[in-house]
Design a protein around this ligand. Structure first.
Ligand code: ADP
Ligand code: MG
Length: 394
């Protein structure tokens, strides 16, 4: 599923109202009955206006008619949810145009976007339901009952959690992108002008970069957190020229990708901590032929530092954002499932270190659709409807 914004500019304010109505209806209905869509949308043109919009939305692939259902109804698709999120970002002036896709992971699409001043930003679209949920499906009752809603629910949880952590980390001065906005399953953040460490073939001083990265792991731990996916794809390396010595390039690691972060109090915290440390050690040894002479760091030592020197515990940040324990568990199960699937897939390519393009289709441009302006086509009227009726702040 990739974002295709082409139909966006052709949607009328009525179409947006109807799309919003389908989204609202799907909170309680897997397939939203047509009369309910009519009731929520309350278009001036009445039922015929709603039907016209429904056809337009279905033609653009944003909603899908479910014929096998007991009643006539529609289901919101990923495309529809993408449009609603973009619509909100546009109405709030965070996004004006959508450019090319710069990354695609198993669980997200990363798009270049810009605001009306031309400032480039990054839109991350979570796609957690892209894989099949084997364990989650059997473990969790609600998914059995609402299978189609699960992708929407889980992707939204991932975005909410990632945004909450990005905000908390930024407040504590961690090197992370600036969180700008969150809507549904998407996040808008600042564009980091840096390449993933995966694409860095050599560095002048591996020991110093290694120390910085281990330092970050320990600093996170002090604030009660483990990244949980601390690898060469999720660490961007920014190159800055040293002002005092222009020949000297300063490398700064920037951390991204936070939906899987866990607390230092998590029951498997030691495993996650050791895995993050091991990942860096292995990468430095393979890529830069660097092995630290210092063993560790070890979880038991890091654990003693949690909250030390007045460090604010950030593991509570997500709960503070309204995440319930059930949500935490649901998301964790989904991410575990996803990581298990990724591992199976990645197995073959484990040793092909030099193939820096292998991850997704970064930079290949095969799905270029050019820049699409969306901001001009967003009406405040349907945004008003969203504000009135969607009360969960996303
Ligand atoms: P996923 O959850 O799919 O792994 P990530 O958040 O790790 O998604 O992003 C995938 C890729 O997109 C990264 O490896 C990086 O190349 C790029 N990317 C993501 N966020 C940014 C950003 N703020 N600035 C620049 N590049 C980014
Ligand atoms: Mg990543």
């Amino acid at each position: 599923m990739k974002l295709d914004t082409r139909a966006m500019r052709y949607l009328t304010p009525e179409d947006w109202r109807v799309l919003t109505a389908v989204e609202m209806g799907s909170k309680n209905h897997e397939i939203v009955p047509t009369p309910l869509i009519e009731k929520i949308a309350r278009l001036k043109g009445g039922a015929s206006g709603v039907h016209k919009s429904i056809s337009a939305l279905a033609k653009a692939g944003l909603i899908a008619r479910m014929k096998e259902a007991k009643y006539d109804g529609y289901r919101l698709g990923y495309g529809g949810l993408d449009y609603l999120a973009l619509h909100t970002h546009a109405a709030r002036k965070h996004v004006y145009s959508v450019g090319s896709r710069i990354g695609v992971g198993k669980e997200s699409d990363i798009m270049m976007v810009a605001d009306d001043k031309g400032t480039q930003k990054v839109l991350k679209i979570h796609r957690l339901g892209r894989i099949s949920f084997r364990t989650v499906k059997t473990n969790r009752d609600y998914l059995k009952n609402r299978q189609s809603a699960s992708w929407m629910y889980l992707s939204r949880l991932a975005a909410i959690k990632e945004y909450a952590f990005m905000q908390a980390l930024q407040e504590e001065g961690f090197p992370v992108p600036e969180p700008i906005a969150q809507s549904r399953h998407t996040i808008v953040m600042s564009l980091v002008d840096a390449l993933p460490m995966r694409q860095v073939s050599s560095v002048p001083d591996p020991a110093s970069l290694y120390a910085d990265l281990i330092g970050l792991i320990l600093r996170l731990a002090k604030h009660g957190l483990i990244h949980g996916d601390f690898n060469e794809f999720n660490i961007l390396i920014r190159e800055d020229r040293d002002e005092r010595d222009p020949d000297n390039i300063i490398l700064t690691p920037i951390l991204i990708d936070f939906p899987q972060m866990v607390s230092m109090d998590h029951q498997n915290a030691e495993m996650y901590f050791d895995r993050d440390v091991e990942c860096i050690k292995r990468f430095f040894s393979r890529r830069f032929h660097f092995t630290s002479t210092t063993p560790g760091p070890f979880f038991k030592d890091a654990k003693k530092t949690v909250g030390r020197d007045g460090a604010r515990r950030l593991d509570a940040a997500v709960e503070a954002s309204g995440f319930t324990k059930k949500m935490v568990k649901d998301l964790e199960a989904a991410i575990r499932e996803q990581q298990a699937n990724c591992k199976e897939d990645a197995h073959d390519s484990d040793d092909s270190e030099d193939d820096s393009e292998e991850e997704g289709d970064n930079g290949s441009g095969e799905d270029e659709q050019g820049e699409v302006v969306i901001g001009d086509h967003i009406s405040l009227e349907s945004e008003g409807l969203q504000k009135l009726t969607i009360s969960d702040g996303t």
